[in-house]
Design a protein around this ligand. Structure first.
Ligand code: ADP
Length: 481
C-alpha cells in the first residue's frame, strides 16, 4: 500500500531520454520506492522521444496559453514508469539533445522551457490533477529548481519539497529581465530569493526554498558546502546544512546484471569469473586491440569534459604503454579531448582504442570485458559507471572525490577492498594508482578477491530508496505537526 505520493520532476528519464546519470536515477528510483510504500509519478518535458514513447497517453488538461503557446498535460505508464508529460510544442518539439540546439549551444529559451517544467510541477503540487495530489514535489537539478520557488511564492496550500543536486556545476542562470515572464514576483529577486549576482539562478531557487536538500553522495554533500565545491553556492549550503544530506545513488541491477545481460558476449557471475575472459577477447576484437589476455585492459565510459579528468588520463598514456596495459575509451563531448584521444589511438593502434559517441551496447561490453574501469574525475557527485563496474567485476580505479570515495574501498584498506583510489587528482597520482593496479592484476588471487568483493557489494537502489522514503516521511510528519 502506498501511503505517500511523490511528484518527481526531471528533465530526463532513462530509458526514454538520457544525457547522463540524472536520467538513470529518475528512471530507476520510482520502482525502488514502491517497495517502501511511496507512489511516484515523474513529470518530464514532452520532447519528441517522450511523446513517441507515450502513444496511449490520456490528456489530463489543455490550456490555450502556457508560456507562449498551447499545452496539454499527458499521463501514461510505459514500461512500468508512471509519467506525466508536458506536450507544449513551442517549447519541447525539438529532436535530439534536450538542452542543445543543432549548433551545439544551449537553446536560447532554455530559461522559459524549464520554468515551464517547474510551473507545471507546482500546479500539480497544488492539486490540478485530482487523481494525483502529491504529498511531496521532488525536484532534480536546476531544470526543476524553480518548482520549490513557485510553490513558495503562492498562497495555496503546498506539498513538501525536496531538491536533489546531481551536479553543482550546472546552475541554470538566466537574465534578470526574465523574472516577470517566467511568473516570479518582483520580491523574489533578492539575496534570500532567486537572485544570484544580478541574474536569476534556478538551482539557487531550489536550494533556497525546498524543505530538504539532498546531494547524491554523503561526501559530495560535504564538499559542496566549501567555497570551491559549492561553485558559488557554498555559503547558502552552509546556511542550510541542517536540511542537507547525502544519499548515494544506486543502479538498476536488472539492467546491469552480468548473469543475464544480453548485450555482452558471455554471461557470468562472481562464481565463474574465468568466463569473463570471453568478454575481454570480444572487446579486444571489436575495438581492434591486440588479442592479449594478460595485458591489463583499462576501460573508460564517460562524457569528455573537464569534470571527468580525462585530460589527466592522457598524461598517463606513457605509464599505460610502459606497464603493458591497454585502454578502451568510449565517450563524447569536448572536441579537443576527442581529437587528442583519437590521435592517441592512431599513434598506438592495438594498445589504445577510442570510440567517440554514445553506445549503450558497447558500454555494457566494456564493463564486462575490461579488467579495470578508470574514473579520474576532478569532482564527482556520485558517479554511476564505477557502480556498474563493481557489479561486473571491472576493478574501479578512481579519484578520491565525492561519490567515488564513498563507493570504492581502496586495496590498501583491508579485506573488503574493491579497487584503487588516488588523490590529489594529478597525472602522477593517477600513474601511481595505475601501477598499483598493474601489480595487483598480476597477482591472480589478489585481483580475484577485488573483483568478487566488488561483485557482491550492494549497488542496488533497495536500501538507498529507503533513505529517500524516510526523508519523505519525515517531511510529511513535520508538516503535519
Ligand atoms: P554523468 O551523469 O556526470 O555523466 P554518471 O557516471 O553519473 O556521470 O552517469 C553516466 C551514465 O551515462 C552512466 O550510466 C554511463 O554508463 C553512461 N554513459 C556515459 N557516457 C556514455 C557513452 N559514451 N556511451 C554509453 N553510455 C554512456
Amino acid at each position: 500500500m502506498s501511503d505517500i505520493r511523490v511528484l518527481s520532476v526531471a528533465s530526463e528519464v532513462y530509458p526514454i531520454v538520457k544525457t547522463g546519470g540524472l536520467a538513470d536515477v529518475a528512471g530507476a528510483l520510482p520502482a525502488a520506492l514502491t517497495a517502501h510504500g511511496i507512489a511516484t509519478r515523474t513529470l518530464l518535458p514532452g520532447y519528441p522521444e517522450v511523446l513517441k514513447a507515450l502513444p496511449a497517453a490520456s490528456e489530463l488538461l489543455h490550456w490555450g496559453d502556457f508560456f507562449g503557446g498551447p499545452v496539454r498535460l499527458l499521463a501514461a505508464s510505459p514500461d512500468g514508469l508512471d509519467l506525466f508529460a508536458i506536450d507544449a510544442p513551442h517549447l519541447f518539439a525539438r529532436p535530439g539533445n534536450p538542452y542543445l540546439g543543432p549548433d551545439g549551444r544551449d537553446w536560447p529559451d532554455n530559461g522559459v522551457r524549464f520554468a515551464a517544467l517547474s510551473r507545471m510541477a507546482a500546479e500539480i503540487g497544488f492539486g490540478i490533477v485530482p487523481s494525483f495530489v502529491p504529498d511531496i514535489v521532488h525536484a532534480h537539478d536546476w531544470q526543476a529548481g524553480l518548482a520549490p520557488a513557485f510553490l513558495h511564492y503562492d498562497h495555496r496550500r503546498r506539498p513538501g519539497t525536496v531538491m536533489t543536486i546531481h551536479n553543482m556545476a550546472y546552475q541554470g542562470k538566466f537574465p534578470y529581465e526574465m523574472l516577470a515572464s517566467i511568473g516570479l514576483p518582483p520580491e523574489s529577486f533578492n539575496i534570500h530569493g532567486v537572485e544570484y549576482w544580478g541574474a536569476v539562478s534556478y538551482l539557487k531557487a531550489g536550494l533556497q526554498f525546498s524543505d530538504r536538500i539532498t546531494a547524491v553522495s554523503p561526501t559530495y554533500a560535504r564538499e559542496i558546502q566549501s567555497d570551491e565545491g559549492g561553485m558559488g553556492l557554498g555559503g547558502l549550503l552552509r546556511e542550510r546544512s541542517n536540511v542537507l544530506s547525502g544519499i548515494l545513488n544506486g543502479i538498476d541491477i536488472s539492467v546491469w546484471n552480468p548473469e543475464s545481460d544480453s548485450r555482452i558476449a558471455y554471461r557470468y557471475s562472481e562464481q565463474d569469473l574465468p568466463f569473463r575472459a570471453a568478454n575481454k577477447a570480444a572487446l579486444q576484437r571489436q575495438l581492434g586491440l591486440d588479442p592479449a589476455p594478460d595485458a591489463l585492459l583499462l576501460g573508460v565510459i564517460s562524457r569528455l569534459s573537464w569534470q571527468k579528468g580525462l585530460d589527466i588520463l592522457l598524461h598517463a598514456v606513457p605509464a599505460i604503454l610502459g606497464e603493458d596495459m591497454q585502454l578502451a575509451l568510449l565517450g563524447s563531448g569536448d572536441a579537443e579531448l576527442q581529437d587528442r584521444y583519437q590521435a592517441a589511438a592512431r599513434a598506438h593502434a592495438g594498445r589504445i582504442a577510442v570510440v567517440i559517441g554514445y553506445d549503450e551496447d558497447l558500454a555494457h561490453l566494456i564493463q564486462a570485458g575490461a579488467d579495470a574501469l578508470v574514473v579520474p574525475s576532478r569532482f564527482e557527485p556520485c558517479g554511476l559507471t564505477q557502480l556498474c563496474a563493481l557489479r561486473y567485476g571491472a576493478v574501479p580505479i578512481v579519484s578520491r572525490v565525492g561519490g567515488l570515495d564513498d563507493t570504492v574501498v581502496d586495496a590498501g584498506e583491508g579485506s573488503a577492498a574493491t579497487g584503487f583510489k588516488f588523490g590529489p587528482v594529478t597525472p602522477d597520482h593517477l600513474a601511481t594508482a595505475l601501477r598499483r593496479a598493474s601489480l595487483a592484476f598480476h597477482d591472480k588471487p589478489v585481483w580475484r578477491k577485488l573483483q568478487q568483493n566488488g561483485m557482491t557489494t550492494d549497488v542496488s537502489w533497495r536500501n538507498r530508496a529507503g533513505q529517500y522514503a524516510a526523508l519523505y516521511r519525515d517531511i510529511v510528519a513535520s508538516r503535519r505537526a
